[in-house]
Design a protein around this ligand. Structure first.
Ligand SMILES: [Cu+2]
Length: 354
């Protein structure tokens, strides 16, 4: 694939990070997107206090914007934030444990970032949660310490049983951890989760799309965070030279993708409805970062690799994914061919991780 010639990579900007230029109209928005943007870690020293507050403000703004999903399609959607969660719920059987996993989540996170920028005036980029920094105790991480610049705290510590989840024919019992109740400190204490659950028994058959307002729960787990150590990332990145193998390692129950989700727990145990937790987006930005690093180790051979089909565990069977396979983004955006989404510095994107 030809590199986008308009993607000007401002390598000199490393250490003097340049945020995306705020766009006043679409033409300017397109122009600003041709400059490489830097996705940063959500931690002190990487993202300033003010930048984190700006990010949180934008997410809360998105949670106030009206939904664009129709009430007949997604009866429970009450905000544009919910549109993103609903799109994830609807597409889940196609985009996990399948050949669409990386592409779908890369574009979904990018659409989310774009909505924060264009609809809520956010001038920064989508930050990532580097779990390798806080695996020893995620309660102390910048993301979950409960401070005004965090993504909210752990859930309140309450006696509770395991979370029994079932998805894609897998059943799993997630042991109770350090929280289990509603988040009680920091931003999002007043945020209402409207959609889901889908993967928790008993399954009620509404597909997670009905109106089901409740608090945001978390259950930070030091057992699952033990799967997100630096050595786990190194092992994952160096595991395989082909994408199918790499994805299988990364998405495995004992892998870093599940490790991050189950570290957060509660809603994040639900493969469908987890995007209703604002922390989901930082986790998946980190997953995209790991994939990007893996690709960069042999860009010539790894950038355009495709594998698998477009159903979880190919059940029900579906055609093989090719570069021409279209991915559905519902109300958020037109369908995208895989070929548009393979590189973070090509197609609609122009970003790198620092
Ligand atoms: Cu997902």
């Amino acid at each position: 694939m030809k590199l986008n010639l308009f993607c000007i990579c401002l390598l000199s900007a490393v250490g003097n990070v340049i945020d995306a230029v705020p766009a006043k109209n679409n033409t300017q928005a397109d122009a600003s997107r041709q400059i490489t943007r830097w996705q940063k870690q959500y931690s002190q020293g990487s993202l300033s206090r003010q930048s984190r507050i700006d990010y949180i403000d934008a997410v809360q703004c998105l949670q106030q914007k009206p939904a664009v999903s129709s009430l007949s399609d997604v009866p429970g959607a009450r905000s544009h934030f919910d549109d993103f969660s609903a799109t994830h719920i609807i597409q889940t059987p196609h985009v996990h444990f399948s050949g669409l996993f990386f592409y779908f989540h890369r574009y979904l996170v990018w659409l989310y970032e774009r909505a924060l920028q264009e609809e809520c005036g956010y001038k920064g980029t989508q930050p990532y949660w580097d779990w390798t920094l806080s695996w020893e105790d995620p309660r102390k991480s910048t993301v979950f310490d409960g401070s005004p610049t965090s993504m909210g705290s752990n859930g309140r510590s309450i006696p509770h049983g395991p979370n029994n989840i079932s998805a894609f024919g897998l059943s799993l019992e997630i042991a109770p951890a350090t929280g289990g109740g509603c988040i009680y400190q920091g931003p999002f204490v007043n945020y209402t989760v409207n959609l889901g659950p889908v993967a928790f028994a008993p399954i009620d058959g509404d597909g997670g799309l009905d109106y089901n307002p409740r608090c945001l729960g978390r259950d930070l787990s030091l057992v699952w965070s033990n799967q997100t150590k630096p050595t786990d990332v190194v092992r994952t990145i160096s595991s395989c030279a082909d994408l199918g193998c790499f994805d299988t390692v990364l998405e495995a129950i004992e892998g870093i993708h599940a490790g991050g989700h189950f570290t957060i727990g509660s809603l994040n145990d639900d493969a469908y409805a987890s995007a209703g937790d604002p922390a989901f987006w930082l986790h998946h930005s980190q997953i995209d970062r790991i994939w990007t690093i893996w690709q960069s180790l042999d860009a010539a051979n790894r950038t355009n690799q495709v594998y698998g089909t477009s159903t979880a565990f190919n059940n029900p069977p579906s055609p093989n994914v090719t570069l021409d396979t279209s991915i559905n983004f519902g109300v958020l955006a037109p369908q995208q061919p895989v070929s548009n989404l393979v590189s973070s510095i090509d197609g609609p994107f122009c970003y790198k991780y620092i």
